[in-house]
Design a protein around this ligand. Structure first.
Ligand SMILES: C[S@@+](CC[C@H](N)C(=O)[O-])C[C@H]1O[C@@H](n2cnc3c(N)ncnc32)[C@H](O)[C@@H]1O
Length: 255
């Protein structure tokens, strides 16, 4: 059977790349040199894309799933950790007494105003639910995942944001567009091969990775050499190893 993501595969109409280049050429106040971006676009262009409007696909958002996992664990002592909070849109929605946030940007006003690497190097606490949504770069997300697994209590959950890039622009790292997933999807390929966990990606809110830790020993399946230079077209081929779930189905599994 085809993976649940296959039904969204589509092909850009003829002339799409020219339209993008024209759009970039007319943009004002860009932080990047326009010619550099045009060269990148020509290099990374992929005619396939995923036709997904996340807002139309499901009303369920990242905090709905995180709160469902918190209700499922049902403990007054439950500890929640969020890596990368930005304007606290998600963090403020989390229904839990003991909440910790980590973000080096002073404007985010996190509990710990440091990077995730600095936080995990000092941290002695264990957590039950962790949301990883910091720097959207493969290696950093991989490091965050490995560190989070080490401080996750038995039967705890780890969530990830942005595991489903929809097109070559959203995926390209470093960021060149506003709506950006980065290449953190590569971590989803590794987690699909990691032992000691149950792992799936929920088709809601830009793709929510979810780990349930089922064994004390977790063997993270590093694939750096195979994955580091890959781009969006490779994501479309490699994602067949990932268990994608529709939003309602995944939400129902928490009840
Ligand atoms: C996509 S935003 C987070 C959004 C938030 N989780 C939400 O759902 O509303 C990413 C945040 O990660 C932070 N960030 C960037 N590098 C980081 C790092 N190395 N460690 C922790 N946070 C980082 C950024 O400052 C930014 O605020």
């Amino acid at each position: 059977m085809d993976s649940k993501i296959k039904k969204f595969y589509n092909v850009h109409e003829d002339g799409y790349i020219e339209k993008i280049i024209d759009h970039i050429s007319k943009q004002e106040n860009s932080n990047h040199d326009k010619n550099d971006i045009i060269e990148i676009v020509k290099k990374i262009y992929c005619d396939k894309y995923l036709k997904i409007d996340w807002f139309k696909l499901s009303n369920l958002r990242r905090w709905n799933f995180i709160n469902a996992s918190i209700r499922k664990i049902r403990s007054d002592k439950l500890e929640y950790l969020e890596i990368g909070v930005f304007r606290n849109e998600n963090f403020n929605q989390i229904n839990c007494i003991n909440k910790t946030s980590v973000d080096p940007d002073p404007k985010a006003n996190a509990t710990h105003k440091i990077t995730s690497d600095e936080f995990f190097s000092k941290n002695k606490k264990k957590f039950d639910v962790i949301f990883i949504d910091g720097l959207h770069d493969y290696k950093q997300c991989q490091t965050d995942a490995v560190n989070a697994l080490k401080c996750l209590n038995a039967n705890g959950y780890i969530f990830f944001h942005d595991f489903v890039p929809r097109n070559f622009l959203e995926e390209y790292t470093p960021r060149i567009v506003k709506i950006w997933t980065g290449d953190v999807w590569k971590v989803s390929i590794e987690l699909a091969n990691t032992s000691g966990i149950e792992f799936s990606v929920i088709l809601a809110d830009h793709g929510l990775g979810i780990i349930k830790k089922i064994n004390e020993t977790v063997e993270y399946a590093y694939q750096n050499k195979q994955l580091e230079d890959l781009r969006f077209n490779h994501f479309l081929d490699l994602n067949k190893v990932v268990n994608y779930k529709d939003a309602e189905e995944a939400f129902g599994e928490f009840s």
